[in-house]
Design a protein around this ligand. Structure first.
Ligand code: G3H
Ligand code: ZN
Length: 281
């Protein structure tokens, strides 16, 4: 059934565990991620980024419809989240369309402007019962340039959270977006200090570049929401490429989308278990 992100992240935060949030680009992503959640019996967050909405010509309702249908039909709790929103109008569209949470990303702005914009959006979202994630200390890589050196300062993070009223905070601790190798080294000591100083659940972005072992440690140190995008796209694209190479006469998309979907399901199921802290199989 459809759950709220607030419920899923609060439960993870309270138990010292983590919940995985996967990026949805196509209908196949939504189907694969919910299939993985059902296989593992674990809750999951389906998140749609502003960039994915743009890819679909701005038709948020269209992308969201597939994810919402998959969430409603699932046997485990699944929530719908808007990811990396910089356009305040999209926050309002998303809330009207039924997401339970939004990440408002003003992390490129100087601190005071990030506080101002985030506080304004958070106040509005809270009057609509919507949970807000913000980012402090830019996690690099969204523009293709990796910046794993950026770090969020714990004292600034505490001040930012208090000043904005956000429900969760994305922090920079060594990961970077869109990595295709799992070589990121996280600062686990910093994660622990951020957990101590920031009262709200912490969010790890760019988790595709983080190994299973480092992900387990990050959750144990205090990361509650683990955002994963690229890992599923690697699984999908590799399977599609392999299928097309093996069957050069194929034209029906279902022939190659099926192996792509199944590969995403397998990867998502594995990562769901890792994030949930289940023992290795
Ligand atoms: O917000 C989305 C995540 O941070 C995904 O990052 O594609 O590097 O896993 P990733
Ligand atoms: Zn991100």
């Amino acid at each position: 059934p459809t759950a709220t992100t607030a419920e899923l992240v609060s439960a993870a935060h309270a138990s010292g565990g983590g919940v995985a949030a996967f990026n949805v680009i196509t209908l196949e992503h939504a189907e694969a991620i919910t299939a993985a959640a059902e296989q593992t019996g674990l809750p999951v967050i389906l998140q749609i980024s502003e960039n994915a909405v743009k890819f679909h010509g701005g038709l948020l309702d269209g992308v969201l419809a597939g994810a919402a249908a998959a969430a409603a039909a699932a046997s485990v709790p699944v929530s719908l989240h808007l990811d990396h929103v910089e356009d305040e109008a999209l926050v309002r569209t998303g809330v009207a369309a039924g997401v339970s949470s939004v990440m408002f990303d003003a992390s490129v702005l100087p601190y005071e402007q990030n506080v101002g914009a985030t506080a304004r959006v958070t106040e509005w979202a809270h009057t609509h019962g919507v949970w807000v994630e913000a980012e402090l200390g830019e996690v690099g890589g969204k523009d293709g340039a990796h910046a794993p050196g950026v770090r969020t300062d714990p004292a600034e993070a505490a001040a930012f959270t208090a000043a904005t009223g956000v429900d969760s905070l994305a922090v920079a601790v060594g990961s970077s977006h869109a990595m295709t190798e799992r070589t990121a080294r996280l600062d686990h000591e910093l994660i622990g200090r951020l957990r101590e100083s920031v009262g709200v659940p912490l969010v790890l972005h760019g988790s595709s570049g983080v190994s299973d072992g480092e992900l387990r440690q990050a959750v144990a140190a205090g990361m509650a929401k683990i955002n994963i995008g690229t890992a599923l796209n690697i699984a999908f694209t590799t399977a599609v490429r392999d299928y097309l190479a093996s069957d050069p006469t194929a034209v029906d998309p279902r022939r190659y989308l099926r192996p792509g979907l199944d590969a995403m399901t397998a990867t998502a199921a594995h990562l769901l278990r890792v994030v949930a802290g289940e023992p290795e199989q």
